[in-house]
Design a protein around this ligand. Structure first.
Ligand code: ATR
Length: 284
């Protein structure tokens, strides 16, 4: 079977390593290549499928074009407005899926970070944040507060989930919650805080009050590092938050869901996480 990941840049994608590891686990023979998108995306993908490709992953900046290209869309792809997985169907048409949000949910469940009826704070309202809202609600999250510097972006997402998702500015969240928490030291701010901003990539902290982070049940960052810790999860751990995780498990889980869509086989995520962490640490 023949697979690939399309994006630009693409040289540093870990997807080939991950999928080759999955394949070795379940005894499948496959090739998985990195393809740099330096021509129109639709042409390149169509050529790939016509040359015998079975499926592909799509990463930045092509997820919206993949959405437009797919003949059929999964519910998650439809809701996220973006596609990270394409599959060539038996009749030659192309189906689009989005496994990013479901991958996060699967990883949170693996780590036991998703309490039933949880109250979740999402930092950020970009593409990554948008794709995780619906899967979190479907997994039993009771309420989501979404905070963003440009608050209208958060409000636009929240408008799709009335009474379930609320948009706030950092300032309003910081002022209202910090005042409450400073009076009630036992209060939990949120069961889970998810950093879905790109701030950890820039190695800066999002402008959220330390007290809110300190009183959280758990903290998760969608970014990952060779050390297994981002600037934000480190900040939370230093404040005494007991449960923190970076996004390596989400990376592997979203890949595993793509792999399942293409092959019908379910690899062991934990084994591939251990393999990839060892690889990243060695390379670091
Ligand atoms: P992605 O696909 O990773 O979501 P994106 O769509 O460009 O990337 O979104 C980046 C997100 O990170 C946005 O929510 C952005 O906030 P604004 O919309 O207000 O710009 C957020 N972000 C980036 N740097 C940040 C920082 N230093 N502090 C807080 N939020 C930050």
């Amino acid at each position: 079977m023949r697979f690939a990941v399309f994006g630009n840049p693409i040289a540093h994608s870990l997807s080939p390593l991950i999928h080759e590891h999955f394949a070795s686990q379940v005894g499948l023979n496959l090739t998985y290549e990195r393809i740099l998108v330096d021509r129109p995306f639709a042409t390149m993908v169509t050529d790939f499928f016509e040359a015998g490709g079975n499926g592909c992953n799509v990463t930045v900046p092509c997820k919206l074009e993949a959405f437009a290209l797919a003949t059929r869309l999964s519910d998650n792809a439809q809701a996220a407005g973006a596609v990270n997985t394409l599959k060539r169907d038996d009749d030659g048409s192309i189906s689009g899926f989005n496994t990013d949000g479901p991958g996060l949910v699967r990883d949170l469940q693996r780590l036991h970070l998703l309490k039933d009826k949880a109250r979740v704070l999402i930092l950020g309202a970009g593409g990554a944040a948008q794709g995780i809202v619906r899967p979190l609600l479907e997994a039993g999250v009771a309420h989501i507060t979404m905070v963003n510097r440009q608050v209208t972006k958060a409000a636009n997402i929240a408008a799709h989930f009335p009474s379930k998702v609320e948009a706030q500015s950092y300032q309003s969240l910081n002022e209202s919650l910090a005042a409450k928490l400073s009076h009630d030291h036992q209060a939990v701010s949120f069961d889970l805080i998810i950093n879905a901003t790109s701030s950890s990539l820039l190695h800066v902290l999002p402008p959220i009050e330390a007290l809110i982070v300190q009183q959280a049940g758990a903290v998760y960052d969608l970014m990952y590092t060779p050390q297994g810790e981002t600037i934000f999860t480190r900040f939370a751990r230093d404040l005494g938050v007991g449960k923190t995780a970076d996004g390596i498990g989400m990376l592997i889980a979203q890949a595993a869901l793509s792999f399942e869509i293409w092959t019908g086989k379910r690899p062991d995520i934990a084994k591939t996480i251990a393999y990839l962490q060892a690889y990243l640490q060695e390379r670091h």
